[in-house]
Design a protein around this ligand. Sequence first.
Ligand code: HEM
Length: 495
Amino acid sequence: MAAVGIVVALLVWMATLLLISIWKHIYSSWQLPPGPFPLPIVGNIFQLEFKNIPKSFTRLAERFGPVFTLYLGSRRFVVLHGYKAVKEVLLDYRNEFSGRGEIPAFRVHQDKGIIFNNGPTWQDTRRFSLTTLRDFGMGKQSNEQRIQREAQFLLGALRKTHGQPFDPTFVIGFAPYNVISDILFHRRADYNDKTALRMLSLFNENFHLLSTPWIQLYNNFSGYIRYLPGSHRKLMKNVSEIKEYALEGVKDHQRSLEASCPRDFTDTMLLEMEKEKHSTDPVYTLDNIAVTVADLLFAGTETTSTTLRYGLLILMKYPEVEEKLHEEIDRVIGPSRIPAIKDRLDMPYLDAVVHEIQRFIDMIPSNLFHEATRDTVFRGYVIPKGTVIIPTLDSLLYDSQEFPEPEKFKPEHFLNENGKFKYSDHFKPFSAGKRVCVGEGLARMELFLFLASILQHFNLESPVDPMDIDLSPIAIGFAKVPPHYRLCVIPRSQV
Ligand code: HEM
């Protein structure tokens, strides 16, 4: 009898908890955007396909509209889907939604640096970094010259493959790595340098791990699974190793710093730290500088490198596009002059191909998480401070009104009927507003100049039939990760 009493009491207790949780949810969410009903503890976990969360968002947007609410555990998300809603959030509510949603895998970066900083130092660190990146891009050596110089090293490394099949991941990765490393540390590495290779492989591995279902789960339930074994441990170890590398570089610079002639971005930040020496609440601590440098090194390398790598695979699949590019390059630049940014004006086809590569690969489909910095009324809903905001980018890049047949790779998406470049305001792979990518200008310059240089000197050849090339990403999460592949580059002078 006593046992039955205990079971009944337990059941009553559980039912009460469930009712309280449902009531709390209804009470707190009555002014929130609509969304699927969340279960206690797990939230809407069963409404999401963890292998392809962006696809789940699209499905939910069809059901609930362009602004909807979701829960993962007790974490509240508001997702924006489609041009109007995303643009409104990023531009008209630029202050209210400019916080950064936490990504537990980057806990050592939290509230430091730029990307994962949701604290009071973000604004100053971002502003200072933008100005300094611009100054070093316009200084004695402009970013254009930096990229042009690096392109020659890249061409040299490609020639060394002697037309044999190779995996382009690291050969291509060295080019953007050296450009950003030169800006940050005033140094570049040979294409077989062990330390640089180690960094490149850590960046590449992290980009992939961040896009796996397990890490999507970890980032939302880290409280429960932090102590379990799994790839989140590897990811966090890698993040710490990259930060340690950046910190060593910063300390090296500190030892040889000369106030009268800052050599690079790091020196300039260290001088700022000197100025704040007596402040009780400094922005530029060694730790903040190291995280800023690590942010720029990772973001400045892996994004551009992945875009170039994916782009070359796409061009192998569509040799007719490559042929048109060769024709334009030969006509506008010729076989020997180094490609320059001013050529872009006379090269609408290459410009359109670069845009279409970025649109088609849709590299960061759900953007980086933003966060509401205060209680905000948006379209009549009340979005509480601390809510994670997801202004999806794929919903713009794959908008079928703006880009007919969005699933197809068509440079014509960015060309008008006269073959001139056609601008689209839906093209937002770098996001927009207060958190817009810090490296947009640099990345666009690199994509144009590196692709022009490679195609000026080489024909791409696939070791497999182009018809058999599958362009589907191998992981979709934080990023869309391109499949592994091999390619041959054949010097055009030998053709
Ligand atoms: C193809 C190349 C690139 C793409 C597609 C890309 C895309 C993005 C996106 C979508 C964001 C998030 C924006 C938001 O939260 O609304 C971002 C942020 C950022 N990117 Fe990029 N990026 C690229 C290259 C670069 C480069 C070359 C650098 C460095 C020189 C860089 C540095 C950053 C930084 C520091 C942030 C954080 C901004 C902040 O939180 O205030 N990115 N990027």
